[in-house]
Design a protein around this ligand. Sequence first.
Ligand SMILES: Cc1cc2nc3c(=O)[nH]c(=O)nc-3n(C[C@H](O)[C@H](O)[C@H](O)COP(=O)(O)OP(=O)(O)OC[C@H]3O[C@@H](n4cnc5c(N)ncnc54)[C@H](O)[C@@H]3O)c2cc1C
Length: 396
Amino acid sequence: MNADAIIIGAGACGLMCAVQAGYLGKKVILLERNEKPGAKILISGGGRCNYTNQFASAEQFISNNPHFIKSSFTQFTVDDTISFFETYGISGKEKTLGQLFPDDKNAKDVVEVFTSICADLGQEIRCNADVKDIEILDRGFKITYDKNGKNVILTAEKLVIATGGLPIAKMGATDFALRFARKNGLKIVETAPALVPLTITGKDEEWFAQLSGNSVLCEVSNDDISFEENILFTHWGLSGPAILQISSFWKRGEVVNINLLPNYNITQLLDEERKLNGKTLLSTLLNRFYTKKFTDALGKFLPVNKPVASLTKVEIDSIAQTIHQFKVKPAGDKGYDKAEVMRGGINTNEISSKTLECKKIPNLFFGGECLDVTGWLGGYNFQWAWSSGFVIAQNL
Ligand SMILES: Cc1cc2nc3c(=O)[nH]c(=O)nc-3n(C[C@H](O)[C@H](O)[C@H](O)COP(=O)(O)OP(=O)(O)OC[C@H]3O[C@@H](n4cnc5c(N)ncnc54)[C@H](O)[C@@H]3O)c2cc1C
């Protein structure tokens, strides 16, 4: 046996697992197909890494079993994440909605925390090691990986699969975990891109494209959930945090509702303005909330050049409908190349929630994004990766 355990994938979960195992005196070898570890950490949060969320709990996750992550989140809490990084000189600064970023550091420093601890503890990270096959032995596992065109074989008694989800193949993402799971009869919850921009095609395409670059604070909702954050118009559709959030809950063919003026009631605003100055144009009123470009674009649907006093009841109702219940039917999403995470994954029923060990294959552990655990936007996905990495390390 080459080590106490082998971890496949030196991403967020695998790195945390290696470090925590090292603290417990367990020797692991990390196998990573990229040239360097932590590729997604490096690009996360625009290079700043939103590494946790102060409010993270099971409520901000999508999974067939919403209770599954609770044990991991109790074993390694948000406070544990914060203290872990503080110990290594990274203190958190809240940007918005509980999202913590390194105060005066960035994503590179986050990865360096892990690589330096691994070096100190003698945990080996082997890069350019593309794992091709796992053989389940009577006792342990035989792992075959490709290193510069040559097959290398390792064996270990315990194995961790932390190969992440499908988004962004050029950053190293593979379907390795899903393929292995299928081959070994483990159930999979259907996967789809999540936290992903949505596309608009057809007759509405031009209207959205003209607004490319405009960002508007909105409440975006479907029948199940709503998010109040910015939406960003692009030349192919919609992006921005509120759209990424709803995309995880959106299914093809569904309409997304957008309240373009949350926290206000346009009917009331028109009423008040009529009393103050009936000559005010609707466009003047809307420009108090939107860019001129956006108000002009709303002219397609609204009588923006009319004085508020001359608006009829029917027009006011239609304005309220457009402003507060703007309906969009996206054509699709931008796919795994632009998604931040994968929805679905290995069914959590196959895994012990306490140890993250596979119920059918003893001594095999799964953590991070390859499982059917998908967090909202805002540092939740890293918290899951850290917590699951910690839990697995305790059981190696
Ligand atoms: C653009 C972008 C920005 C993001 N920003 C944030 C953010 O700010 N906050 C947040 O919480 N989440 C963010 N996320 C999501 C977050 O990065 C992931 O949820 C998290 O990295 C998952 O951790 P993981 O360890 O499961 O997988 P990963 O971090 O993806 O690591 C898996 C590793 O396994 C390797 N691998 C795959 N197959 C093999 C194989 N066969 N052999 C060897 N190695 C293999 C991969 O190369 C990869 O390095 C972002 C994602 C993206 C794409």
